[in-house]
Ligand binder design. Structure first.
Ligand code: ATP
Ligand code: MG
Length: 475
């Protein structure tokens, strides 16, 4: 097997251990990805040397996980994990054991690994060590547990989710015995920390085939067995999706399936999550809660909420607009019509951008461009909707980019100046006034110029001072 640059660069590490009389091989993901010609994420090494011997063999090491036999070696600006051959026994609570036993045989080390495609090693001369037929499985597109699937998934229930993740990322079919074991032992997922589940989901959504991950998660029934409950919308979507995949027609499943197929068209994983949550019908709060359950960073949940906030504000209106546009008889005119936003659409759009932020608004428009099923109201008009979708979204984007003011700080008038104008003590009224001026400026109702804004402010203050009069639209 020929070696990629990344493996070649790591060869001196194998040589250093071999020259001291130890066995040392590339192992796991880097071997699998080399066989597939995919770029390597990291290069892991397994060796018969003890962690102490590894530390002695290299000038720059970090004792990352000594109790598990792992030493990190820094070599030529890159880090490598070198792990002593080991077996795992005495699994407790359906999780990987905290104690391991070091062994001298490579094959014993490969035996502890989860799937045949992950249980291959490569020697420094390029020869493969593949006792479980990983290469054959990879060639045939099959994901299979090493040895007895029931035993392997019961030892460590995380492997149940890893199976789905690898099957999705590498577009593999799951071997029948492994699939049966996944379904049989899925309730063991309740023993796995949500953080681990969250990491796996993230890799599935961000990976090559999120649609395949979705299909497998739905048909395996895994989603109902996590330690902490996922939102109800997820289980009902999974049921609809599974029905569809099983060949039954499902009204709810079809747009969902089309939408999920569209996810891969989004480059950014955060955008994929936003699209997925919108497809599942999760509101901003529910989605943020889901992110909390999956232990994602707060900032990610916040970003998700604002994009879903824009979706909540705009999806129906955009669906109506596009359906109406697609119904126009002359296709050539549709694009021109689409580019001219309705006044009420423009207003809701600008207000949504003020409320949730221009970045979130632009992100939403970008997502909808890739996953039109997020808003498409009328399936039969889908093709014609597509012809108008581009110009419509461009018009929305232009409207947001062209907003004269996006935040109070962009206003040509400052709070201090309004205080002087009003000649009254500061209070909540000031923030309200600034915000209403911001809306007026953003909508283009008042130019974002000091004199115009001060005049508008004076008019509004005067109106407030006459409480017996009915208030105008602006208050
Ligand atoms: P990637 O880095 O792309 O996720 P990988 O195969 O490198 O893929 P890791 O999670 O980094 O996956 O694990 C490295 C190797 O360790 C795997 O290839 C597999 O051999 C083994 N391994 C990891 N987790 C488990 C587990 N839960 N049970 C058994 N073996 C595992
Ligand atoms: Mg890895």
């Amino acid at each position: 097997m020929s070696m990629s640059e990344a493996l070649t660069k790591a060869l001196p590490l194998l040589a250093a251990l071999e020259s001291r009389g130890f066995e040392a091989v590339f192992v796991g993901g880097c071997v699998r990805d080399t066989l597939l010609g995919r770029p390597l994420k990291d290069v892991d090494i397994a060796t018969s040397a003890s962690p102490e011997d590894v530390i002695a063999a290299f000038p720059h090491t970090i004792p990352t996980g000594l109790q598990h036999g792992t030493v990190t070696v820094v070599h030529d600006g890159d880090t490598y994990e070198i792990t002593t051959f080991r077996t795992e026994s005495a699994y407790e609570g359906f999780r990987r054991p905290s104690e391991v036993r070091f062994v001298t045989e490579l094959k014993e080390d490969l035996l502890r690994r989860d799937f045949t495609i992950n249980a291959m090693a490569m020697r420094s001369d390029g020869t493969m060590v593949d006792p479980f037929g990983g290469r054959r499985d990879l060639g045939r597109g099959i994901l299979r547990c090493v040895g007895d699937a029931d035993a392997r998934l019961q030892e460590d229930a995380l492997r149940i989710v890893r199976a789905v993740r690898f099957a999705a990322a590498y577009d593999l079919r799951i071997a029948p015995g492994t699939w049966r074991a996944i379904r049989r032992h899925r309730a063991l997922l309740a023993h796995i920390a949500m953080e681990r589940i969250g990491l796996e989901f993230d890799k599935m959504i961000g990976g090559r085939h999120p649609e395949r991950a979705g299909a497998l998660l739905a048909s395996s029934g895994l989603l109902a067995h996590t330690k902490e409950l996922l939102p109800e919308a997820i289980s009902s979507a999974a049921a609809a999706y599974a029905a569809l995949n099983a060949g039954r027609s499902s009204e709810a499943g079809e747009p969902l399936a089309r939408g999920i197929r569209g996810l891969a068209g989004l480059a950014d994983a955060e955008d994929r999550w936003a699209a997925l949550c919108a497809l599942l019908g999760l509101g901003a709060d529910e989605a943020a809660k889901l992110f909390g359950t999956l232990r994602y960073a707060t900032a990610r949940g916040e970003r998700l909420s604002v994009v879903l906030g824009v979706h909540g504000a705009m999806a129906e209106q955009a669906g109506r607009d596009l359906t109406a546009l697609a119904d126009q008889p002359v296709a050539a005119e549709n694009a021109a019509l689409a580019a001219r936003l309705r006044e009420d659409t423009r207003r809701s759009w600008i207000l949504a951008a003020l409320r949730h932020g221009q970045t979130a608004a632009l992100a939403w428009a970008g997502i909808v461009g890739r996953v039109p099923d997020l808003i498409a109201a009328d399936i039969h008009a889908a093709e014609r909707q597509h012809a108008v979708l581009g110009p419509y979204l461009q018009a929305l984007e232009a409207a947001v980019r062209g907003m004269p003011a996006g935040a109070v700080r962009d206003l040509a008038v400052k709070g201090k100046e309004l205080l002087a104008l009003a000649d009254r003590p500061s209070g909540p009224w000031l923030g309200r006034l600034l915000h209403s001026l911001l809306e007026a400026a953003a909508l283009g109702a008042v130019p974002n110029e000091k004199a115009a804004l001060l005049a508008e402010a004076a008019a509004r203050l005067a109106q407030e001072d006459r409480p017996h009069e009915t208030r105008g639209d602006h208050s």
